[in-house]
Design a binder for this molecule. Structure first.
Ligand SMILES: [Zn+2]
Length: 541
């Protein structure tokens, strides 16, 4: 076989090496386009694929000259009747409906047959309660079929809606290129949207955009990375990692694991009376220390198979809030966490733990996704407050926080919030509408940071410590007010001294609370949650 010449870096690669590397350039990582046969081979378990609707053929609905001949020629070249091949298979043992679009077939444009086959694949998934995975690739709607092709966008989106209503998982994998009417229909509707690196993803063609607005386009415009930065893709994954990821996601969305596998009985996770309590000023210092463990230290110690998802699907991905799914003691859960920086680089990247509206919107998206799959939500609070800035106001910081307070109140799934460090203002509360609120022993939770308090009430931010003493913001204070339900012990001298021990306590609390809350009727949770918040307030009359 001839060498492969990479169109991106012009390297010559021996055919066998290229195939072994999933048809990805060994030099620059360029992901070449795949025919449906290779994609199937790289994805499905051998011999597990059963094809659907293999005999369905295109007609020529508007009498487009030469259309039939073109289709006949492509059918011979691609060994497929149309631009999509559909069927069911298993992936590392997990069953799924799979649709593979093949860009060699008229740039995988969507006509009646492609639309119908994808619709039937969704219907099969709905009827048999199976997840659907679509490998999208397309130039858009098929103009040779006129208005019939446009209507396939609505038809396939409708089929996706009924599949979603049946509570089934839908994953899209965006490959090179995913554009036009396919981007503007089923390809953008996955519960989880994955993209291969560097691929073209967009709605309108670059040339059309350039001609319309007459200016140069930004760097990496319409690349997977560009779309990721703007919040529309959950994760970008190399081809060699795709199959294990898909299998993991299918497993995490399978039948709920039995809770009997979990044991936390007799585990005491509260603060040890033998450990002297730190005073408020010491706690404030402790929380400011860059060595204090963050969500990144707790994830590997508490969660298994954790997979991070990104983006709010509106504007961007906010690194100040991390979200994803994993398991605790075999229970699949969604984690939503504010991220503290551990060094100056990370502090800047996570905007000093001050989320933007897109962070809160990502949190809500993932919480709604959790509700669809009956998965409990765990929130880790660790922020001095929501970001104050022009962009945050332009994109509706207040609306984003308010929306979360309202929507989290009625989610029919258990919600557990834990304050890890500082819990400041509405920016913290946006992840704090929950069934059970816990605080790490030295965490603080307040209406505003002590510094903000001093600066607003006394016009003197330097009086921060004095403010902290006055504000009643420790875990003990909040427990005495009936707002914090549980205090989780830290190691002596703070969580950083023994991260494993603090993580063990946190894990034991989460397990026990998950067991208790998942045993309750999901329908009753919102009512109890509201009653809890409804009862908060001190007044006389
Ligand atoms: Zn290359």
């Amino acid at each position: 076989m001839a060498d492969f010449i990479c169109p991106n870096c012009q390297a010559h690669i021996a055919h066998d090496d290229f195939v072994k590397n999933f048809l990805v350039c060994n030099h620059c990582g360029y992901h070449s386009r795949l025919g449906w046969q290779e994609r199937l081979r790289f994805t499905a378990d051998e011999g597990s694929f059963t094809e659907f609707d293999s005999a369905m053929n295109s007609e020529n609905p508007i009498g487009f000259p030469g259309y039939r001949e073109k289709i006949a020629e492509l059918q011979r070249d691609c060994a497929a009747r149309e631009a999509v091949v559909t069927g069911r298979c298993t992936i590392l043992g997990c069953p799924a409906v799979i649709c593979i679009m093949d860009s060699r077939f008229m740039m995988a444009s969507m006509g009646s047959v492609t639309g119908e086959k994808i619709t039937r694949a969704f219907e099969y998934g709905t009827e048999h309660r199976l997840p659907v995975i679509i490998f999208a690739a397309s130039g858009g709607a098929r103009m040779q079929e006129g208005i019939f092709s446009l209507m396939q966008m609505a038809k396939t989106s409708g089929a996706a809606a009924w599949h979603a209503r049946a509570g089934q998982l839908y994953i899209t994998v965006l490959t090179d290129p995913t554009t036009g009417g396919v981007t503007a229909s089923f390809a953008s509707l996955g519960d989880i949207i994955i993209a291969e690196p560097g691929v073209l993803i967009g709605f309108a063609g670059k040339r059309v955009i350039q001609d319309t607005i007459g200016c140069t386009l930004p760097d990496k415009f319409q690349s997977a990375e560009f779309v990721f930065d703007h919040g529309f893709v959950d994760t970008i994954v190399r081809r060699d990692e795709l199959r294990p990821l898909l299998a993991r996601l299918l497993r995490l969305h399978g039948k709920e694991a039995p809770l009997t596998a979990v044991s936390s009985q007799g585990c005491d996770y509260g603060p040890k009376p033998s450990i002297p309590k730190l005073n408020i000023v010491q706690r404030l210092e402790l929380l400011r220390n860059l060595g204090r463990p963050t969500v990144h230290e707790y994830i590997p110690r508490i969660f298994k198979d954790f997979t991070e998802f990104h983006g709010d699907r509106y504007y961007g991905d906010d690194p100040a809030i991390l979200g994803g799914i994993g398991t605790i003691g075999d229970i699949p859960v969604t984690l939503i966490a504010q991220v503290r920086g551990r060094d100056i680089e990370e502090l800047k990247r996570v905007n000093f733990s001050m989320p933007h509206p897109e962070g809160y919107r990502k949190a809500l998206r993932l919480a709604k996704q959790a509700e669809k799959f009956h998965r409990p939500v765990i929130c880790f609070i660790d922020t001095p407050g929501a970001y104050c800035g022009v962009g945050a106001e332009e994109r509706g910081q207040g609306e984003a926080i308010a929306r979360n307070l309202m929507e989290f109140m009625t989610l029919k799934i258990p919600i557990i919030s834990v304050v890890l460090g500082e819990g400041g203002s509405g920016g913290a509360l946006a992840l704090g509408v929950c069934d059970e609120l816990a605080m790490l022993e030295n965490a603080l939770y307040s209406v505003i940071s002590p510094k903000g308090f001093a600066s607003i009430l006394w016009k003197d931010a330097a009086r921060e410590q004095e403010a902290a003493k006055l504000m009643k913001i420790t875990a003990e204070d909040l427990e005495s007010f009936g707002i914090c339900n549980t205090i989780i012990g830290e190691s002596e001298g703070g969580a950083a001294r023994d991260i494993d021990l603090t993580a063990k306590n946190l894990s034991a609390f989460l397990l026990e609370t998950l067991k208790r809350l998942t045993a309750e009727e999901p329908e009753t949770l919102p009512e109890k949650r509201y009653s809890k918040f409804r009862a908060i307030g001190i007044f006389s009359e």
